[in-house]
Every structure is written in C-alpha cells, then in structure tokens.
Write a protein that binds this ligand. Structure first.
Ligand code: GLN
Length: 458
C-alpha cells in the first residue's frame, strides 16, 4: 500500500495510528537486533502520540499531513529526549535538548517519531560501517553494506521498520543507501530544507531529505520539512510547490520530456549496472522521452573537489568537540576516517594562506557548477546510475579511494546545490540498483514527476 493511501486510511479511521505503530514495533523487535538500523527507540512516547492522534480523529478534530505515519530520524539530526551521537563515541552521552526544524515540522504535522537511526560516524562515509555502534546490515542483500552514510534510515525503511525516514546527504548519503537497499531517496535543492539542528559534516553541501519506499512518501515528507526557516540563514526564500497535490494528476506520457544521459557516468560504471539503466532508458523512450547524450568533462574533478571541501569544512565543524562542552575530545575517541579528515582539514587550513588547496577547490567547484548547469539548460532531467558499483561485503578491507569512489556520481549534485534522487531500477546478482535523476536548482518537482511516472508505468 502506498504511503499516501495509508495516511488516508488512518484519517478515515480504517487503520488506527496505534495499530500502525504497534505493527512496526513488532517488526523492530524481531529484526532490528540483526539489522541494527535503529540505535534507540522510544515506544512509550510514540504510543502516546499515536493515541492522541487516534482520539483527535475520533473526535473529528483536524490532524496533520503525516498523522500516524511512523518515522525514523538519522542520528545526526537533533530530536529532543534522544541521544544524538552521530554514531560517534565523541557524543555518546549527548542528550538532544531540542528538535531540529525538520523534526519540529514533522511533529507539528503529527508524524510519529519512533527512533533514531544508525550512520557512518559523523556521516563521513558511504557504508555505515564506521558507526561506533557497529555496522547496519542491508535488508535487501544480506551480508552486504546498506550503503551510507544514511544506511540506518535506508535499512529501516527497506526492512519495513517504519513508514518514512530522514537522512542527510553531503556527497550522496541519502541516494547511495537508497540505491543499495532498493528504496527511494531524495536530496532536495540546497537550501530547500532547513539544516538547523543537523550536525554539520560539510555545511556548504549538507542537505536533509527523505527516504521512503514510494514516491508519495517522499513527496509527503518533503511537503512537511521544506521551506524557509528564519533560524537557518542558508534556507531559500522560495515557496516550493506542494508536491503531494502536484502529483495527483499523474502524467500518462512523456512526450516532450528531454532526458540528458551523461556518457562519462556510464564509462565509470560496472557493465551490468549500465545495462539496467540502459534498459530503463529504452522503456522511457517508448513513452515518448527524447534522450540526449551529453558529455560531462569534469566528472574526474568532482570527487577530489568534494572531499577537499569536506575535509576543511568538517575540520572547522569539529573544533567545538574539544571535550569541554559536548562530551569527549574528538581526536581522542573518534575512528580512523574521522581522524583522517580532521588531520587533512587541519593541514589544508594551515596551508591556506597561500590559497593552494581550498581556494583551488572552490574555483573547481564553480567550474563544475557552471558546466552542470549548462548541460541542464537543454534538458529536463539528467539520468545516470546512482552508484557505479555493487556494495561490498560488510567488513571487507577497502582502501580509502575505493570507498570514496562510491560517491563518484552523487557528489556533483552537492557541489552544484541541485536536487537529485535515486529510484530502484533493477537487480544485479540479487542486489538492488538505483537510477539517479538530477535537475536544475528548484526543479525538484520535475524529478518527482518523473519518479512517479516510472513508479506507475515501468
Ligand atoms: N560519502 C561521502 C563522505 O564520506 C558523503 C557522505 C555524506 O553524504 N554524508 O563524505
């Protein structure tokens, strides 16, 4: 059943919020010890909320857009009364004392927050293996990584432990686990969703967004969390369209839609994954789309640019974890990858007087942004694989560059601030494969419309 249909059932008293929650709690109890998607749940608080929603519905009172839907929140987003650890020992005792704007908005619209989900330490990773609380399993491909860093959120949705989840995406962390777990994930236009209450990884690229098993769930959650936030100066003063009503009249053909296909994205992707994307594109052609082959010459430049910016901004963001106010001193307790970024960020920042690295990275970023916008100017949506290779076995030894290479195709959207999503496109060796869609800044709706078409027709 689609998320939107379920929300109607709850509002029509055909399904109680309490029963919806109860069934998820049962699943969490059965599978979470094995999957390790949720780090902490609070059933009592969620039940109180669910019962309140049911009684308001019974009394004919108005309830919010998310009434009774059960939601997981990545543990780098502040939720009052939960431990907000970012999966790091640094913050193992840090109690969330307020709700992030996105969480506040979810609660105001009667979403039921059941718990907080696992991630790579400080969201710095692509596999959810670097969590202080152990790795998360991929429910769709047992034994393999779920992707990351929002692997807990993706696995929670994929394993049926909640209706919807929030993730954060700095270089692909929503789209990559959505792809590996066989669900949908959406990184909105930079500034479309408030980052207030998100622990920074690299603030000029971080963006909060939804994960769900269908497009109606993505749209519903986006409708609630998006919009200007006076408490967050990078949010856009932009009245985005409401996506749920906009998707009510589904397209019945795609005549006139132009899809750009990035040649270089296929060159760096494993053959069987390319084949799946090509098959989907051929089907879309049958529905009237025009495919436009494009060259993106700066693809090689994207990973180094993104990681350099990431190191510097992350280093700066971690200076507050000095052991005085928020728990432990980060360098004393963090894992290897986080320490690498702190050292690299510190080194680059010290050398910066010569403008050697960070300034260069910012110049490269402008170039990349300009070029991707030029390519987007002639098409509606860009299509590529989401991740160029299959996920590895949990615990396999990968070198740093191999790990970073998972992000080859996703970092572009963060560098350029454009919206991007991943939708399931097929299966290779039993592992789900995602197809990525990117559009111009503020064209989030175009992506959602195409996702909705694919969901209904392919
Ligand atoms: N994998 C990338 C990194 O390690 C991106 C992480 C993310 O999007 N949060 O930085």
């Amino acid at each position: 059943m689609k998320i939107l249909e379920k929300s109607q059932l709850i509002k029509n008293q055909e399904l109680s919020a309490k029963d919806n929650l109860e069934s998820f709690c049962q699943i969490i109890k059965n599978v979470n010890p094995e999957i390790n998607a949720f780090l902490e749940i609070n059933k009592d608080q969620a039940m109180e909320k669910a019962q309140d929603i049911d009684s308001r519905i019974e009394n004919g009172e108005k309830v919010g857009k998310l009434a009774g839907l059960v939601i997981g929140v990545k543990n780098n987003i502040s939720v009052e009364d939960f431990l907000i650890t970012a999966a790091s020992r640094t913050l193992e005792n840090y109690q969330g004392s307020y709700d992030a704007t996105v969480v506040k908005r979810i609660k105001e619209e009667d979403g039921v927050i059941i718990g907080v989900t696992n991630l790579d330490e400080f969201a710095a990773g692509s596999s959810t293996e670097t969590s202080y609380y152990g790795p998360t399993q991929n429910p769709a491909a047992p034994g393999l990584i779920p992707g990351g860093s929002s692997g807990g959120s993706a696995a929670a949705v994929a394993a049926g432990m909640c209706d919807l989840a929030l993730g954060s995406d700095t270089g692909g962390s929503i789209r990559n686990p959505a792809s590996h777990c066989g669900i949908m994930g959406f990184k909105p236009t930079y500034g479309a969703v408030s980052r207030q209450g998100l622990l920074d990884l690299a603030m000029s690229m971080d963006q909060i967004g939804p994960l769900a098993s269908d497009v109606s769930g993505i749209a519903l959650l986006l409708d609630v969390i998006g919009g200007l936030d006076p408490r967050e100066c990078t949010t856009l003063d932009w009245q985005a369209p409401l996506y749920t009503p906009a998707l009510q009249d589904p397209l019945d053909h795609l005549n006139g839609v132009r899809l750009g296909v990035l040649k270089e994205s296929f060159d760096v992707t494993d053959g069987p994954i390319v084949k799946i994307i090509e098959d989907r594109l051929a089907e879309l052609e049958g529905f009237g789309v025009e495919l436009v082959e494009l060259n993106f010459e700066y693809l090689d430049l994207c990973l180094p640019t993104c990681y350099l910016i990431n190191y510097v901004e992350f280093f700066s963001a971690t200076r507050k974890y000095d052991g005085r106010k928020y728990g432990h001193r980060i360098e004393e307790v963090c894992g290897e990858e986080v320490l690498r970024r702190i050292h690299m960020g510190s080194y680059i920042s010290q050398k910066e007087y010569s403008g050697k690295y960070y300034k260069k990275a910012l110049q490269a970023r402008s170039l990349i942004k300009k070029e991707i916008n030029r390519l987007l100017s002639g098409v509606d949506v860009l299509i590529s694989p989401t991740v160029p290779k299959l996920p590895h076995k949990i615990g396999a030894e990968l070198d740093t560059m191999e790990m970073y290479a998972y992000d080859t195709l996703t970092v572009v959207a963060n560098l350029a601030g454009i919206p991007a999503a991943s939708i399931p496109a097929g299966i290779v060796k039993g592992v789900p494969i995602g197809m990525q869609m990117q559009a111009k800044a503020r064209d989030d709706l175009k992506i959602l419309q195409l996702m909705s078409f694919i969901e209904n027709n392919l």
